[in-house]
Design a protein around this ligand. Structure first.
Ligand code: G3H
Ligand code: 13P
Ligand code: ZN
Length: 322
């Protein structure tokens, strides 16, 4: 089937108590690993492209890779989404260039300015049959080379969400409840350590999520920064020449709980990067004589696929929902 918007996906996810996975794509192997997983478990899918991905791989290549996936996976709905659109022009370029969903991220701007920019994107996108995700609140972490420190991050204020959604007309809303971008989501000082010495992050603010949902009944909520930073891949990286001490993510049980509530889209990127990097590092360590990219990208793609299957089945709960 052709690319779809997220409208129907989110309605079914909200009513069904699960979330759709939104995975970032930057090259063919990542697209293949994700879509083969979704096809096998029959899950709806959002493939998302950041400003950095467009700069790296080129808009047209990414659109055509995702279109290829729709041909290879004809039975699952796939949406093509712009992740963290920084301005109107980038969103317009993606609306004009075949995306079915865009995010305008003006969350770092003052409230009134965020509304103004988001509204302008919504008007253009809706005129062209494209849906819009907006954001209120600021996540900590690194995204597109912009680093937000924990002190500068801020939880979403629930008392702002009704006015924001009513005035902008956005179709979904990303909120800040304690998730964070990247592989180092929390400093050691923000965490406690369990008996194995592994860092345990502070729990997500489900009270904020519940208050937002109460004010926006039936409205799809989005969580960014939701990688869990699998420790087996951190270990694989560290045992094969890498250096990622104290990388820590969001516990999967908390994401599972969010998915049963009003959260309809959960963004996962760093986990896939860790799987790919760990696998390739291990491959080179074990086969220092090899130099054919197909030989090291094949196991990396296979591990992305296994990881995505696990997320779809055990974390998002969207397997079988295509
Ligand atoms: O939230 C950001 C995503 O992980 C995309 O990262 O900007 O490095 O492509 P990127
Ligand atoms: P992670 O860095 O936790 O994978 O978050 C990805 C994300 O939010 C993309 O927008
Ligand atoms: Zn994000």
């Amino acid at each position: 089937m052709p690319l779809v918007t997220t409208t129907e996906m989110f309605k079914k996810a909200y009513d069904g108590g699960y979330a759709v996975g939104a995975f970032n794509v930057n090259n063919m192997e990542i697209v293949q690993g994700i879509t083969e997983a979704a096809r096998e478990v029959n899950a709806p899918l959002i493939l998302q492209v950041s400003k950095g991905a467009r700069a790296y791989a080129n808009h047209t290549y990414l659109v055509k890779l995702v279109e290829a996936a729709t041909i290879e996976c004809p039975n699952i709905p796939i949406a093509l989404h712009l992740d963290h659109g920084p301005d109107f022009e980038t969103c317009k370029s993606c609306v004009d260039g075949g995306f079915t969903s865009v995010m305008i991220d003006a969350s770092s701007k003052p409230f009134a300015e965020n509304i103004e920019i988001t509204k302008k994107v919504v008007e253009y996108a809706h005129d062209h049959g494209v849906v819009v995700e907006a954001e209120l609140g600021t996540l900590a972490g690194v995204e597109d080379e912009v680093k937000v420190s924990a002190e500068d991050s801020s939880y979403t204020h629930p008392e702002e969400v009704e006015e924001f959604v009513a005035k902008t007309g956005c179709d979904s809303l990303a909120i800040a409840i304690g998730t964070s971008h990247g592989a180092y989501k929390f400093t050691a000082a923000q965490c406690t350590r369990n008996e194995k010495g592994i860092l345990v992050p502070p729990p997500l603010r489900f009270d904020v999520l519940e208050e937002v949902s109460k004010r926006l009944p039936g409205f799809p909520i989005v969580l960014h920064g939701s990688s869990s930073v699998p420790q087996e891949y951190v270990k694989m990286i560290n045992e094969n020449g890498g250096k990622m001490p104290d990388a820590v993510g969001i516990p999967e049980e908390q994401l599972r709980k969010a998915a049963t509530l009003s959260v309809c889209k959960i963004n996962i990127d760093s986990d896939l990067r860790l799987a790919m990097t760990g696998t390739i590092r291990q491959f080179f360590n074990e086969h220092p004589d090899k130099f054919d990219p197909r030989e090291y990208l094949k196991p990396a793609r296979a591990n992305i696929k296994e990881l995505v299957k696990h997320k779809l089945i055990d974390v998002l709960g969207c397997a079988g929902k295509a």
